[in-house]
Design a binder for this molecule. Structure first.
Ligand code: AMP
Length: 501
């Protein structure tokens, strides 16, 4: 048996001397160098006792070594679980307890704090710092630069990515070798990515977009990757003349448009700009095309499914739509109440079926059953509309998810923290339109009878518990929350009331 994901996406690259990762302030790694490093790490993982199917939880800064750890994890047959670097210890603790990994890999500065968490599930703790140093590097050094990937079937798990639920606990989406391999191959083909491409990569790599879409397609094609720690406007503008391809969240594009340095000449050698993870305003699409001559290609996907639809490479990229289903992917729209397919042109819940659709939620068969239909369609929670010629538009999110700067905030998680703060009766957290971040997080808070709450105290409570991107930008103190006849909080009313402030 072969290692399905490794053989499909990576195997052809290991002998190539062409550049892979071109980092700021570090040596460029060729594909051969990179796969040598990944092989050493895979030997290191095996020596540390990692067996096929073991989980590997990683919270570490974006680095070439972190990418190598992902590839090593695939080669060793492990299940890779990258965590947002902004997560606080309590949050990391939940993921570790839920996933029960063999290894927990964190930055040196967090090691002492997180060691008890690792010990609680009998996991070993290793360190990986932003510069690649740490005990993981030590476990890999002196190892052979060739590793025979362990056999893994298409249905075996390759990654576990957590996607917070709207009603409580975060869910681990189980992604198989075939999910990741099929999706990366489909996109590489659709977007015509080749070894002549130079990809600007400024996305985080703990998320499906930066890890599986951007790096997966680049590796499948043998493209070079300009690897940025984060989105630094001037650095990205400097990189544009020597690049051919960029993948980003809408915020990247609004920021680029904010700079007079973004010109047609600067983008003359660019082949393709791709956007996803949150809605790209039609206005941004038009302004970008006017300024640069490039029509941004918007696509749509999610943690559980990878990419589902894409605007065409050759053909009309329609602003405000996310394009057509990828080859092999079926999309249908259903009535959220009845599950029946909606009439053509109507708005319905987006359901997806295909080789990209995940294998269910980790240790949550009930949640999986709720969102997976008997005929294999996954209920995404997004509301959409299909045009006559099959272009999908996302018109809203049934799940009330807030997407701020491309990162997801689930209101319930923030509400739980606020509701536990002294003097708070209840709260509702929602998103309002924001020119820079797409949406901004706002909290409406009702004080307990006879109590007073102030925004500073609420911010302090949230600051202790949650990653920064989840913090409300504004606190609105209100007498009561608007509710419908069924007692549900009407977030649309709140959004409308507090949007214009
Ligand atoms: P995540 O699981 O973090 O990738 O978030 C997935 C969610 O992001 C989807 O369910 C959509 O609500 C949203 N999303 C992703 N891409 C787009 C897009 N192009 N337009 C609108 N929403 C999007």
């Amino acid at each position: 048996m072969t290692n399905h994901l490794f053989d499909t996406l990576f195997a052809g690259r290991a002998e190539s001397d062409t550049p892979f990762l071109i980092c700021e302030g570090c040596e460029t790694l060729s594909y051969r160098d990179f796969f040598g490093m990944a092989a050493q790490m895979a030997h290191g993982l095996v020596a540390l006792g990692v067996e096929p199917g073991d989980r590997l939880v990683v919270q570490a800064a974006k680095s070439a070594e972190l990418v190598a750890l992902y590839v090593a994890s695939v080669a060793a047959g492990a299940v890779f679980l990258p965590l947002n670097t902004a997560y606080k210890d309590d949050e990391v603790g939940y993921f570790v307890e839920d996933a029960e990994p063999r290894l927990l890999v964190v930055d040196d500065s967090a090691a002492a704090r997180l060691r008890p968490i690792a010990e609680g599930v009998a996991a070993r703790l290793l360190t990986l710092n932003a510069d690649g140093s740490g005990t993981l590097a030590r476990a890999a050094e002196d190892k052979r630069e060739v590793f025979q990937p362990v056999p893994r079937a298409p249905d075996d798990l390759a990654a576990l990515l957590y996607t917070s639920g709207t009603t409580g606990r975060s869910k681990g989406a189980m992604l198989t070798h075939e999910n990741l391999a099929s999706n990366a191959l489909a996109l590489t083909d659709l977007w015509a990515i080749t070894d002549r491409d130079v990809l600007i990569h400024a996305l985080p790599i703990f998320h499906t977009h930066g890890l599986f879409v951007a790096l997966g397609t680049a590796m499948a094609a043998g493209a070079a990757v300009r690897f940025f720690e984060s989105f630094d406007l001037d650095a990205i503008l400097d990189a544009l003349p020597d690049a051919t391809l960029m993948m980003g969240v809408p915020t990247f594009y609004t920021r680029l448009l904010g700079s007079p340095r973004l010109t047609r000449e600067r983008c003359a050698d660019m082949r393709l700009f791709i956007s996803g993870s949150a809605p790209l305003l039609a206005e941004t699409h038009r302004a970008f095309a006017e300024r640069t001559g490039h029509a941004i290609l918007e696509r749509y996907g999610m943690t559980e499914t990878g990419m589902n639809t894409s605007n065409p490479y050759d053909g009309t990229r329609r602003a405000g739509t996310v394009g057509r289903p990828l080859p092999g992917v079926d999309i249908r729209l259903t009535d959220p109440e009845t599950g029946a397919e909606v009439a053509p042109g109507g708005v319905g819940m987006v359901e997806v079926r295909g080789p990209n659709v995940f294998n269910g939620y980790w240790r949550m068969p009930d949640k999986t059953a709720e969102e997976m239909r008997a005929d294999g369609f996954f209920v995404t929670g997004d509301l959409g509309r299909l045009s006559d010629d099959g272009y999908l538009s996302i018109v809203g999110r049934a799940k009330d998810l807030i997407i701020t700067g491309g990162l997801n905030v689930y209101p319930k998680e923030v509400e739980d923290v606020l509701n536990a703060a002294p003097g708070v009766a209840e709260s509702a957290v929602f998103g309002v339109p924001d020119a820079d971040f797409g949406e901004a997080v706002v909290a409406a808070v009702v004080p307990a009878p006879g109590s007073e709450v102030d925004a500073g105290a609420l911010a302090a409570a949230v600051g202790e518990k949650l990653a920064r991107f989840k913090h409300p930008r504004r606190y609105e103190i209100v007498d009561a929350l608007p509710r419908n006849a069924m007692g549900k909080v009407q977030k649309a009313v709140l959004r409308e009331r507090f949007s214009s402030r």
